[in-house]
Design a protein around this ligand. Structure first.
Ligand code: GDP
Ligand code: IMO
Ligand code: MG
Length: 423
C-alpha cells in the first residue's frame, strides 16, 4: 500500500488542516512529519473552529489513527494545551494519537534561545514564531537533542539539566535583555512531560512499515510551506525543517518508492507571515482587501499576514520540488468581486525575463510580470459543485492547470468542511 502526501506550496497557511480533515475519511492513518507548534492548522465544522499545532488534522474523525512522526519537534507544554482543548470534544486521544520515540523535544530554554537569537538580529530577524523550533532542530543536527523515547529512561533529567545549563550560557552570550524565570518554566515543563508520558510512544518507522504491509492507507500531513523549506525556501527566512516531499520520507521513515500521490495545496493568491522576500506582495488597497476578506491573521501568533497576487514562478518551482500530482486551490471565495485578478507568470531579472525561481528573489533583483484576468463577481461560498462555478473562475483554473500541467482537483470555497468542491 502507498502513502500520499499533502503539503503547502507557498509560505504556509494554505489551508492544509482543512483539507487533511476532509481527506481523512479516505485514510486509516494521518501522520505529521515535520515542524512543531510553529504550525497552526485550522479546521471548521459544525460551527466550531479548531486550531491544531502538533496534533495531526485527522484527530476529529472516529477511526483514523494519528501519528506524530520522528521529524516533528514537540513542546510538551503546548501539546498538553492542545490535548486539553480536545477534552471538551470527547476525543479519545489515548486510543487515536501515538507518538514516535524519535521525535525531538522542545525545551523551555529552546524557546528562550529562539527569543534571544531573534532579538540579537534586530532588523534582520527571521520573524520566527518564537516557539523554539530553530534551536531544537539545531540540537537535533548537533546531536545533543532529547527525544521522546529518552523520557522512558531514568537519567533523562540529568541530560536535560546539562543541556539547559549550556543553553543558559548561550542565552547570556547573545547579550540581549531576555527576562525569564526558568524554575517556573521548568515546573510547567515537567508537569507537561508527565501528561505526555500517558500517551503511547512507538517506533513509528516500524509501525508504518507494518501498516503498509497490512494494506492500511496513510496520509502524511506537512506543516509550513515549501517556500519555508530549510533547503529550497527563501533562506535564511525559512523554518528549520524540510517541509517538502522528501521531508515526509525522513520525517516518518517511509521509503520514496512508497509515496504515491502528492497533494499540493495553494491559495488563489499568496500570503506570508514573518520576514523575507515576497515578489508579488501588495502594499495597496487590493492587498488590504485580501487581508480583510481572507481574515489573514496568523493562527499561532495573530500577526497580520502579508498578502499579494498568486506567483506562478514560485508555484511551478514548488510543484517541481515536491513532484505534485494533484492541486488543491483554496480561498477563491476571498477574491469574489475584485475588479481585476493578476497572476505573476515571469520575473524580470537582471535585464532578462525568466520563468524559473532564481537564487535571489529580493525586490531589488526581481520584478514580477503579470497576466491579468477578469474576476468572478459571484459569492462562491454557497456553491457545492463545480458546475455552479462562474466562467471567470473556470477560466482562472484552466489557466493555472495549463501553466502548471497538474490538475486542480479540489477547490475550497470557504473555511468549513462542507465548502469543499471535488472536480
Ligand atoms: P494551514 O496552516 O495550512 O492549515 O492554514 P491555516 O489554518 O493557518 O490558515 C488557513 C485559514 O484559511 C484558516 O483560517 C482557515 O479556516 C481558512 N480557510 C481555509 N480554506 C478556506 C477557503 O477556501 N476560504 C476561506 N475564506 N477561508 C479558508
Ligand atoms: P503552518 O503549518 C506560516 C514562518 C514564521 C517565520 C518563519 C520561521 O500553519 O502553515 P519558525 O517559528 O519556524 O522559526 O519561523 O516561518 N512560519 C510559518 N508561516 N505558517 C506556518 O505554519 C509557519 N511556521 C513557521 O512566520 O517567518
Ligand atoms: Mg497555519
Amino acid at each position: 500500500m502507498a502513502v500520499d502526501l499533502l503539503l503547502g506550496l507557498q509560505w504556509g497557511d494554505e489551508g492544509k488542516g482543512k483539507i487533511v480533515d476532509v481527506l481523512t475519511a479516505d485514510y486509516d492513518i494521518i501522520a505529521r512529519f515535520q515542524g512543531g507548534p510553529n504550525a497552526g492548522h485550522t479546521l471548521e465544522f459544525d460551527g466550531i473552529k479548531h486550531v491544531l499545532r502538533t496534533i495531526p488534522s485527522g484527530i476529529f474523525h472516529k477511526t483514523a489513527i494519528n501519528v506524530i512522526g520522528n521529524g516533528v519537534v514537540i513542546d510538551p507544554v503546548v501539546f498538553v494545551k492542545e490535548l486539553e482543548a480536545l477534552d471538551q470534544f470527547d476525543i479519545d486521544y489515548k486510543a487515536k494519537l501515538i507518538i514516535s520515540r524519535k521525535a525531538h523535544l522542545i525545551l523551555p530554554t529552546h524557546r528562550l534561545l529562539d527569543a534571544a537569537s531573534e532579538a540579537s538580529k534586530g532588523k534582520a530577524k527571521i520573524g520566527s514564531t518564537l516557539k523554539g523550533i530553530g534551536p531544537t532542530y539545531m540540537d537535533k543536527t548537533g546531536r545533543n537533542g532529547i527525544r521522546v523515547g529518552d523520557l522512558e529512561l531514568k537519567e533523562w533529567k540529568i541530560k536535560y539539566r546539562q543541556l539547559a545549563n549550556k543553553h543558559e550560557a548561550m542565552i547570556s552570550f547573545y547579550d540581549v535583555d531576555i527576562q525569564y524565570d526558568l524554575q517556573e518554566m521548568e515546573a510547567e515543563f515537567y508537569e507537561a512531560v508527565d501528561r505526555l508520558k500517558e500517551l503511547t510512544f512507538i517506533d513509528s518507522e516500524q509501525y508504518f512499515h507494518q501498516a503498509m504491509k497490512a494494506g492500511k492507507t496513510i496520509l502524511a500531513e506537512g506543516a509550513q510551506g515549501s517556500l519555508l523549506d530549510i533547503d529550497f525556501g527563501t533562506y535564511p527566512f525559512v523554518t528549520s525543517s524540510n517541509t517538502t516531499a522528501a521531508g515526509a520520507c525522513t520525517g516518518l521513515g517511509i521509503a520514496p518508492n512508497k509515496v504515491k500521490d502528492v497533494y499540493g495545496i495553494f491559495k488563489a493568491y499568496t500570503t506570508r507571515v514573518g520576514s523575507g522576500p515576497f515578489p508579488t506582495e501588495l502594499f495597496d488597497k487590493v492587498g488590504a482587501q485580501m487581508a480583510k476578506v481572507g481574515r489573514e491573521f496568523g493562527a499561532v501568533t495573530g500577526r497580520p499576514r502579508r498578502c499579494g497576487w498568486l506567483d506562478l514562478v514560485a508555484l511551478k518551482y514548488t510543484c517541481e520540488v515536491n513532484g505534485v500530482t494533484q492541486l488543491n486551490m483554496m480561498k477563491g471565495d476571498v477574491l469574489s468581486g475584485f475588479s481585476t485578478l493578476k497572476v505573476c507568470t515571469a520575473y524580470k531579472y537582471k535585464g532578462e525575463t525568466i520563468t524559473h525561481l532564481p537564487f535571489n528573489i529580493e525586490p531589488e533583483n526581481v520584478t514580477p510580470v503579470y497576466t491579468s484576468f477578469p474576476c468572478w463577481k459571484e459569492d462562491l461560498t454557497k456553491m457545492r459543485s463545480a458546475s455552479e462555478f462562474p466562467k471567470e473562475l473556470n477560466q482562472y483554473i484552466d489557466f493555472l492547470e495549463k501553466q502548471l500541467e497538474i490538475p486542480i482537483q479540489i477547490v475550497s470555497v470557504g473555511p468549513d468542511r462542507t465548502q469543499t468542491i471535488h472536480r
